[in-house]
Design a protein around this ligand. Structure first.
Ligand code: GRF
Length: 189
């Protein structure tokens, strides 16, 4: 089975959806390790409840981004991870990870890229007044939220939407397309 290493920072609902797709046989892969940059990430408990190994690497414990990411790479390599999955990992990825996992690292973003990169994508969509938004799975490259697009899903933006209602509608699609995109990428590795 191809091995995934999932990086998170918080809730972990996308990570959970990936684990569920694996359990139901939709996604032919295994999650070797879940890594968080925050010890408080709720997703860590969720991962443990699935019996998945977890690790916390707090950037504060390292001199710089390079030594921090070198430690993460050491962990991922120790599990022979085939694909790195950023699932709500709220930290810019630096050169060490980009080099080690070139074309083998994917991210999910809650907008139809290239629109609304960066933080608060759903609020950006509401502020702009778009009538459709969605989510995007893409390869991770040096520029944030800019790598080649693998899969997208579209949702309508309703007149009375709040950030919460729009985020929830998008999240439902995130939980569907991430696993499909991962399966496609794994077929090419
Ligand atoms: C998702 O909206 C994802 O698109 C973005 O961060 C959020 C993570 O949510 N990158 P969760 O931790 O997977 O629940």
């Amino acid at each position: 089975m191809p091995k995934l290493g999932i990086l998170i920072s918080g809730r972990g609902s996308n990570m959970d959806a990936i684990l569920q797709h694996i359990q139901t046989g939709n996604l032919k892969a295994e999650v070797s390790v879940v890594i968080s940059n925050k010890s408080s990430a709720k997703g860590l408990e969720l991962a443990k409840s699935h019996g998945v190994s977890t690790q916390v690497f707090d950037p504060k414990g390292f001199d710089d981004l390079e030594s921090y990411e070198t430690a993460i790479i050491g962990c991922l390599d120790s599990y022979n991870v085939d694909l790195v999955v950023l699932a709500g990992y709220m930290k810019l990825v630096g050169d060490p990870l980009l080099t080690r996992y070139e074309n083998r690292m994917v991210n999910i973003h809650p907008s139809l890229l290239p629109s609304f990169k960066g933080l608060n994508a759903q609020q950006q969509a509401l502020d702009y007044g778009v009538k459709y938004s969605g989510c995007t799975v893409h390869y991770v490259t040096k520029e944030m939220d800019s790598g080649p697009i693998i899969k997208q899903a579209v949702v309508p933006v309703l007149n009375d939407d709040t950030v919460e209602s729009l985020s929830n509608r998008i999240l439902i699609e995130e939980h569907k397309i991430f696993a499909v995109a991962i399966q496609e990428v794994l077929a090419e590795i």
